[in-house]
Each structure stands twice: as C-alpha cells, then as structure tokens.
Design a protein around this ligand. Structure first.
Ligand code: MLT
Length: 201
C-alpha cells in the first residue's frame, strides 16, 4: 500500500493513520503530531479509487458498503500491518489506529472481524461497518469515537449503534459529541488527545 512511515520513540505506539474518502496519506499526519509527537507513524493511502478519490473499500452508494470488498480490504489491511511491522521493525501489538470517516470505517471493520487487531482506536465520525454478524470479543480495548450531532453522513443513531456494538464486544468505549457535522474539528482532536494521554502517556 502507498504509505508514509515515520520512526519515533521505539517505546511508543505506532499510530496507524487512515484518511477519509478523497484524502491521502498526508492528511492525518498533523493530527498524529498533535496526539503524540513522539509516536511512530504508519499512514496509508486507500487502494480503492472512486472517481479519482482514494478510499479503503468499495461502496455501492453513499453509506452503502460493498460488503464483499469491505471484508477483502479489511483482510488485506490486517495482513499488511504484519508485513509493515517486519519491514519497519515496530511492535505489531502496539498499533493504535486513528481513522477519519472512510478510514474510521475500515478501522472499525478490523475490530468487527479480528480479535485484538489493534491496541486501541480513535475513530473520527465512523459508521457501523457491518450489521447482523457475530463479533469477536475485544476485552478492555480502548476506543474513542468522535461524532457530530448534525452529521449528515453518519446520523446520531449510527454512532449510538456502533457504541453499543463495540460495548457488546467488551471494548472500553468513550464517545465524544461535537455540535457539528461530519467535519473533523480541532476540539474533537483535542478531546482525542486528552483521551490518549490518560491511557498511553
Ligand atoms: C464511507 O463510505 O466509508 C462513508 O460513507 C464515509 C465516507 O463518505 O467516506
């Protein structure tokens, strides 16, 4: 996968950055720097291109995911993390995802399909990746969800459903609500930073 790897303090987590639709591997670097300037960074570009816009999996329409492709790309990402950890010599068991929108959705899909695929996850404006499946347990896995009360792409119920599903997996879920829409605001990132520092600093 097209990516940026930046080595940080070897004792720190590796922040896995996953951009939103139409983004690139550059997008979330400033956010990772805000959250933990000493961490390693692995920032990926989605392999799927929709009308020129990179994404992490195909969709059939706005908010309607191509489940077959979602499963395939999730597996690909899962395998890629092991490969990258060998190439760049980072600890595969100390990877924390930071995803926005489509990137948060594939991070959520990792949590829906694999047992303990990440050490923790910061999900900015995620949706429920799949419904009606048995989910693997993720005991005590820390998850931050940033959501907007007026998010047209990810309505309130969607965030609440995701929170409940992740809790049913025994994850430790924190939801931060913004009086905003789908955009990623500075206050939301600062809330994620505060959440991260309480757990990982
Ligand atoms: C998705 O397709 O993953 C969601 O609709 C969010 C987005 O627009 O990227």
């Amino acid at each position: 996968m097209k990516h940026i790897f930046r080595k940080g303090n070897p004792n720190k987590p590796t922040l896995l950055l996953l951009h939103g639709t139409g983004g690139s591997e550059e997008d979330l670097i400033p956010i990772a720097e805000m959250i933990d300037p000493d961490a390693n960074i692995l920032s990926l570009r989605g392999n799927i291109v929709e009308n020129g816009m990179p994404r992490f999996f195909r969709r059939l329409a706005e908010g309607v995911f191509d489940e077959e492709d979602l499963i395939k790309q999730t597996e690909h990402l899962y395998d890629y993390l092991s490969e990258a950890s060998e190439t760049y010599k980072f600890d595969r068991d100390n990877v924390i995802a930071i995803g926005y929108s489509n990137g948060a959705n594939i991070a959520g899909s990792l949590l829906f399909h694999y047992k303990h695929p990440l050490k923790a996850a910061i999900l900015h404006h995620p949706m429920v990746p799949r419904r009606g499946i048995t989910l693997p347990p993720q005991p005590q896995l820390p998850i931050f969800i940033g959501a907007g009360v007026n998010d047209p792409i990810c309505p309130k119920q969607e965030s609440t459903d995701l929170e409940q599903l992740l809790r049913s997996q025994e994850a430790e879920v924190t939801v931060h609500w913004e009086e905003n829409g789908h955009q990623l605001t500075r206050t939301e990132v600062l809330a994620a930073k505060h959440w991260y520092e309480e757990r990982f600093k």
